[in-house]
Design a protein around this ligand. Structure first.
Ligand code: GDP
Ligand code: ZN
Length: 356
């Protein structure tokens, strides 16, 4: 099934519009003279620019919140040439300045970004920007826990200056689950707790852990991200009484619906914001280096100090203390497997890995 990408659609329409406007401008602008700096400046100040925040992006434009009102704004004032290696010019959470015609003219510098490698592997796709924390949402049993995906998010969060929180949903499924699932879950906790990242176990269905998550979200801007079907929308609905669409069906019949296919910044009752993102099929870290992978695995440090070579990569080197710890069981196999996956990914130019 081809995934319908609203952002793709948005930008291709925007390109067409841009070309059309340029043509008209070329026809009507008969001035052969370059404007002086002074003229340009006075034109800028004559423009009344209003500051607002991008809350969602659709095929028609970007919805910008100006406080007292939300306006559908166009991107036609933005300079395409500034895009460089970024796939999307604008992302949910951006602070922008719009003119009286509802065209976005400026995008403010971003405090933080959650990005990933786009499907072509050549550009960075911004998921959300100017957020305080990312709620790395995973589930047990269905879909099963994927430690390497969690590590990808942890690295992306660190690179993007975002505080990570790991939310494990659907723990009610462990009650009747087999022993293997239960062991995998407790091993995951044992392997990831030493990293010092907050981990919350939840069930939106059985109302477990919801108060703890609510208090972490209050007065912050959080982005919920994770594989499709882990229960991001269900959690937000259970905590805040929202009515976000739940279940696979919403994704499959997404043609008419924006809510499940593009991210949206939602104000939270009691203060704060959250971004509900569309379910991801893949998550590749943009511009990942081997040294970033090595420095992410801080829990290896207590072993790697004893490796024979100071630059040991813990692969096939002799007298590698990390490999020894793995054999002895003092280093968790989850952690080592994730390390190898990410090292390979860094070596291959961080091509996205498909998860479902
Ligand atoms: P999203 O794609 O991450 O937003 O996930 P949804 O919120 O749409 O949920 C996907 C499916 O998981 C739905 O069928 C939900 O009913 C189910 N689900 C969500 N939370 C839980 C939970 O805590 N326990 C169980 N057993 N199922 C859940
Ligand atoms: Zn080593």
């Amino acid at each position: 099934m081809k995934h319908f990408d609203y952002e793709e659609e948005f930008h291709s329409r925007d390109r067409k519009q841009f070309r059309k406007e340029r043509k008209i401008a070329q026809k009507t602008d008969r001035s052969k003279f370059k404007k002086t700096d002074l003229e340009v400046k006075s034109e800028e100040t004559a423009h009344h620019l209003q500051r607002g925040r991008v809350i969602s992006i659709t095929g028609e434009g970007a919805f910008v919140d100006f406080g007292e009102k939300t306006v559908l704004c166009s991107l036609k004032g933005l300079m395409k040439k500034e895009m460089g290696q970024v796939k999307n010019l604008l992302a949910v959470g951006d602070w922008v300045r719009c003119n009286d015609d509802g065209a976005i003219e400026q995008v403010e510098e971003r405090i933080s970004v959650l990005g990933r490698t786009d499907i072509s592997g050549r550009k960075e796709q911004l998921i959300a920007v100017n957020v305080d924390q990312v709620i790395i949402t995973v589930s047990v049993v269905n879909p099963p826990l994927k430690p390497a995906l969690v590590d990808r998010y942890l690295i992306a969060a660190e690179k993007g200056r975002i505080h990570p929180i790991i939310a494990i949903n659907k723990i009610d499924l462990l009650e009747n689950g087999d022993e293997e699932e239960k062991t995998f879950y407790s091993e995951f906790l044992a392997a990831y707790e030493p990293l010092g990242v907050p981990i919350i176990s939840l069930s939106s269905e059985k109302q477990i852990g919801l108060d703890a998550l609510r208090s972490l979200l209050q007065h912050k801007t959080s982005v919920f991200s994770g594989q499709s079907g882990v229960g991001k929308s269900s959690l937000l609905n259970a905590i805040f009484g929202f009515e976000l669409k739940v279940g696979e069906l919403a994704v499959k019949t997404a043609k008419g619906s924006h809510t499940t296919t593009s991210a949206e910044l939602i104000p939270l009752p009691g203060g704060g914001y959250c971004v509900d993102t569309p379910g991801i099929r893949s998550f590749g870290i943009w511009d990942l280096s081997k040294s970033e992978v090595i420095s992410h695995f801080t829990d290896f440090a207590r072993f790697s100090k004893k490796c024979k070579y100071p630059d040991c990569m813990h692969l096939n080197e002799p007298e590698c203390a990390v490999q020894k710890a793995l054999e002895k069981g003092t280093l968790h196999p989850h952690r080592y497997a994730s390390y190898i996956t990410l090292l390979e990914e860094a070596a291959s130019g961080s091509k996205p890995t498909t998860w479902s």
